[in-house]
Structure formats: C-alpha cells, structure tokens
Write a protein that binds this ligand. Structure first.
Ligand code: ADP
Ligand code: MG
Length: 602
C-alpha cells in the first residue's frame, strides 16, 4: 500500500494555524493594537476601511524593531516576550505566543514599516500569503505601522463568511474598547472610512470610560475599591437604574488584560440581587490586580478566560466589595441634611463611622388598629418600640448600650425636630441639602421589613407574637404544599403553624415584626408571592420568603402617618443596607434637586 500521509506545504499549514488566531477583522485589530501596547507606545492610531475587510492599519510610537527583528517577527513562534516555559508564569505583556504576525501574514497582504530608537532609517517589509515580497530601508517615524489589506484574500470561503460591515465593525469596536479600557494611560484613536469614531486622550479609568461611552455614563458610575493580599479590586459598577437588559458594558480586567469570567460575573450580579430585576444586567468595569503566578492565562490563543488560583475566595471578596459599594452609594448620594436638623447617615463599610441610633419616639395619639380589634394601642406601641430598638441593636451591636438607655426615655419627642410631610398618604417628603427628598412609604417599609426578615432568617430567628385566638385557615391542596415546603423558614421568622389534615392550618403565632395582624391575608399573599416567584431560580428560599413577608405586611398606601412614624420609617430605611430599592428593584427614594426646582420658577 502506498504511503498516504503527506506533510502539508508550509503555506497551507500556516493558513490553518492562522484560522485559530485570526477569525475576523476584529482579531487583527486586537493583535496589532496589543503589539503596540506591548511595545510601550503612548499613542496608538487605528484606521479601518470597510469594517477591516479592505484595510486595517495600526500605527504606534513604541519601541520599533531592528531590520533583522522586523523580518523575524513574522516567523511562527517568534516572540521577544518569553524565552522559557517559566516565563509563562509571570506574563505581563498581551502577546507571548509569537503567532499573531505570522498568522496575519498568512491570510492577508501586509506591509510593515518600523524604526527603532537610534536608527537613522527604518525597515519596510511587504509580505503576502506568508511570502516575503520585499524588504527595504525606508524613512518613517519612530515606532511601527502595520497595514493589513484584503484580509482572507487567499481563503475565499473564509472571506465569504464574514458578516455585514455593521457586524464586523461592531466586533472591532468591542476589541478596541477592551484594550483602550485596559490602558487609559495610552492615547488611542479609531477611524472608520474616514470618520473619527474615538479620540481617547490619556487619563484615569473614569475618564477613559466616559471617553468611550459618553458623558451621560459618568454619574451612573459607583467606584469599587478593595485591597486584600489575594487580590486588589478597583474600578466602577453602574448604578442599578443604568442597568440594561442586554450585555455590553461588562468588563473585567486582570493585570490590565481583558478577561471573560462567567464565575466572577455571577459574583457581581449576585451583589445586585434584590435591587435589580433578574433579567437586567448591571454594567461594570472592574480591574483586578493579582500576582501573575496565581493566574493562568496560558490557554487557547483567542480565549479570554483566565484561571485564578483562589477563585472561590476572590468570588467572595468581589461580591462583598460590590455590595459594599452599592450600599455606600445608596446612602451617601445627595442626601445631606441642612442645618441643625442634620442627620448622621450610617455609612456602611466605614468602620470608623458609627451611626447614631435613631431616636425612638412614639406619637401617643396614633392608633394603627383603630378599626381592628385584636390589640390595644398601648401594646402595639410597646411592641413597635421594642422591635425598633432590637432591630437597631442587631444592625449595630456597638450601639446596644445607648439604645438601651434610650428606651427608658421612650416618649420624649426628639430634638431637634426634622420636618416630614406626607403627600397623598403615599409619599413622605423631607427637605435635604440638595433639594426635596421623597420616599414611597409602602416601598420604604417593604425594604425595612425585608432586611429585618432576612436578618431573622440568617440568625437564630425572631420572636413570635402569639395570636389571641388561634386562626384556622382552610387551604387548597396546592397552597398547603407550598406552605409546607417552607415550613422551617416560616418557623424561623416567627410563624407558629400547625399543619393539620385536609389542608387545614392553624396559626398560633406570627412574626412580631410584621406590621399586619390580618393573618389570613398575610398567609394568602405569602402563598401567592411564593407561587409566582417559585420558577425564578436566581432567588433563594430565604430571599423569597423575606420579600413575600415584607410585601404582605408593609404599610399600605392611603395610610396617614404621623410625624414620628415618618421619622421612624425614615430612620429605619436609611439604616438598611440598600435603602434605594425594594427587593424587586423598584425605586423607593427620589430627590427633586434644587436645580429642578429653580427651573420650574424661571
Ligand atoms: P507576540 O506578541 O505573541 O510576541 P506577535 O506575532 O504579535 O507575537 O509579534 C511577534 C514579535 O514581533 C513580538 O514579540 C515583538 O517582539 C515584535 N513586534 C510585533 N509588533 C510590534 C510592534 N508594534 N512594535 C515593536 N515590536 C513588535
Ligand atoms: Mg502580539
């Protein structure tokens, strides 16, 4: 039998290998731009024609190359960046495989002009389909210009499968964004068919983000910053209201290299849980710095996934860090009280700042159950007061003694008085430094209760309030099962329920922190909420239960509130970790700024 195994000609082998690295015009833009970064450039200009199908030209002012190096650069596995396998563990350049230029030269018509420091003349090399066509001296600026024409001219099948210019250019922009975000210290420009698309001046990360995504993104950015010995985290996350339903502004970088990291992505989205609806994706620009020896970037040439040694720990740190930033933003923004009535806001994450315990004061004329009969007003006030204090203590144990002292002077009305006003028995308003703060009363209470219930579910549980008479409720079989499934968690938040035969339950006690006494209604709402959210896997049982309970027992619209009640709600709300949004992502707080007010009176 004749030998049938033949060695492929070099040119074919090169084309096949090239296909791995160069899949579309955007891959060329990526490789050439990264080479510019690796060469220590401070300016990189990218010019593209017809979405890169006709021309991609990248000019940098970096190190340039000597004549022999310029020639060698096009050899496969020619790289100046690593010399031994050991170097793979301390990579701080973009490229290191030495494949990009060889691959590009295999599938396009390439011209390179380069000059290094100290050389009088530069080198010009023309190479097409891996064949050197010419090498000459030339006069050119310091640095390197690479022009790549007619990509895939020699692989018609490949060229045919390129997508529309719009799509291919979108890919180019995406690569350009990743590299320019990783290196805000470098000036980048991008031109397409003669039109300047980006002109990014050197600056910090925030300026670079604004340069790419426009001025309006600026006020939607919240900074993230955490320093640990495993990892340091820097950058920005988007405010919840700037999140969208599509991907696009999610960027992770490690050691100034863009990476995809689905697992860390989950850490970020997890931090937004219960302030964003499940189908909305927050934007983020997060820069990680890790010891190069603790990460593995040596996988597939075009893959941007990176492995970390301590992935689980970093996940936790990242998630906590994003959460902390969200919390800080939620409280700090422009709510800043004027004059004597100034309130100290608890700023989470700043350990040297201990919040003041809210003053517990009760309006003696308020009777929340005027129309209902189970409780006397006094017992309610008493309970309300105790609960508020213990809630506060749980949140800020350091303040325990002071709030205990406070409880002895219960009915003293606090000084100085802040001014609250209820609008339409629906909104609570209060003047603040930057304008007029408005709180949706029901949503605000929902957030307070939610965090309260979550506390209970995560700790030893909460006190149960015994019902005067056991309440018996007949349920449908389905509903009965729904309830039974969560029975342990129900118990933990303070429900005392007997599950009888024939789907009948008897409620002997209910959570003392819930505002509502209509047990039947609470149970029904609870079941409904649970049924409607039970298909959503992103929320845990505890979160669902806490959200359902909060929704079932929050004060309704239409309920008049006294000044003291508004104040108490206000204080509890702003001691929450995320006071701006309900567990389902609805806005709770809004500020009408002085500017907006001024405009109305122009
Ligand atoms: P890699 O970047 O993986 O080393 P490339 O094929 O992209 O491989 O480049 C090969 C070599 O050519 C690089 O290691 C570098 O020494 C040199 N080189 C490529 N582009 C430039 C440039 N713009 N400026 C200076 N040197 C360059
Ligand atoms: Mg390279």
């Amino acid at each position: 039998m004749a030998d049938i195994i033949k060695l492929l000609p070099d040119s074919v082998a090169n084309q096949i290998a090239a296909g791995e690295v160069i899949q579309r015009p955007a891959s060329v833009v990526k490789e050439l731009t990264e080479n510019g970064v690796d060469a220590g450039s401070t300016i990189i200009d990218v010019i593209v024609k017809d979405a890169g199908k006709t021309l991609i030209q990248v000019t940098d002012n970096g190190s340039g190359m000597s004549a022999p190096d310029a020639r060698l650069a096009f050899e496969r596995h020619a790289t100046s960046k690593i010399t031994s396998a050991n170097d793979l563990f301390s990579i701080n350049t973009k490229g290191f495989r030495g494949e990009a230029l060889a691959s590009i030269a295999a599938v396009a018509m390439v011209e390179m002009k380069t000059r290094e420091e100290g050389a009088d003349v530069g080198t010009s090399i023309k190479i097409s389909g891996s064949k050197i066509e010419s090498q000459d001296h030339c006069s050119c600026g310091l640095g390197t210009t690479l022009s790549v024409k007619n990509l895939f001219y020699n692989i018609p099948a490949r060229r045919k499968f390129l997508k529309s210019d719009t799509t291919e250019f979108r890919h180019i922009v995406n690569e350009f964004q990743k590299i320019s975000l990783a290196h805000p210290e470098i000036k980048f420009t991008l031109e397409h068919n003669g039109t300047e698309i980006y002109n990014l001046v050197p600056g910090n990360h925030r300026q670079r983000i604004v340069g790419l995504f426009g001025k309006q993104i600026n006020q939607g950015l919240i900074s993230v910053e955490t320093e640990t010995n495993l990892i340091s985290i820097n950058g920005f996350i988007g405010k919840p209201e700037s999140a969208r339903k599509t991907y696009g502004e999610q960027f992770f970088f490690v050691n100034n290299r863009f990476m995809r990291h689905p697992y860390f992505h989950k850490a970020v989205t997890e931090a937004y849980q219960n302030i964003l609806p499940a189908d909305v994706i927050p934007s983020y620009f997060i820069y990680l710095t890790a010891n190069p020896a603790s990460i593995d970037i040596n996988i597939h040439p075009t893959k941007t996934e990176i492995k970390f040694e301590n992935e689980r720990e970093i996940w936790q740190i990242l998630m906590a860090s994003v959460r902390e930033s969200l919390g800080r933003f939620n409280i700090v923004p422009s709510i800043d009280f004027e004059g004597e009535g100034a309130v100290n806001f608890p700023i989470s994450g700043k350990s040297d700042f201990l919040p003041e315990a809210p003053r517990i004061a009760i309006d003696p004329t308020y009777d929340p159950f005027a129309n209902k009969s189970t409780y006397t007003r006094d017992s309610y006030i008493d309970r309300f007061e105790k609960e508020n204090i213990s809630y506060w203590e749980r949140l800020f144990p350091e303040r325990k003694n002071e709030s205990a002292a406070e409880s002895e002077i219960k009915t003293t009305v606090a000084e100085p008085e802040r001014k609250f006003m209820q609008i339409k028995n629906r909104y609570i308003s209060c003047p603040v430094k930057s304008g007029l703060l408005l709180i949706d009363q029901r949503r605000g209470h929902e957030r307070v209760l939610y965090e309260n219930f979550m506390e209970c579910l995560n700790s030893n549980g909460s006190a149960s309030q015994t019902t005067l008479f056991p309440v018996t409720i007949e349920l449908g079989q389905d509903d009965f099962l729904v309830l039974k499934e969560i029975k342990n968690d129900l118990k933990r938040i303070g429900f005392d329920i007997e599950y009888g035969d024939d789907s009948v339950i008897t409620v002997n006690g209910y959570p003392s922190i819930s505002g509502s006494t209509n047990i039947k209604e609470v149970i029904e709402i609870l079941i409904e909420e649970f049924k409607s959210t039970s298909n959503d896997p992103s929320t845990g049982v505890k979160e669902k239960l806490a959200a359902a309970m909060a929704s079932a027992s929050a004060i309704p619209y239409g309920k008049p509130l006294s000044n003291i009640e508004m104040e108490t709600l206000f204080d509890s709300l702003f001691s929450c970790s995320l006071p701006n949004y309900t567990p389902k992502g609805k806005a709770i707080v809004s500020i009408i700024t002085v500017d907006e007010l001024d405009k109305r009176f122009q």
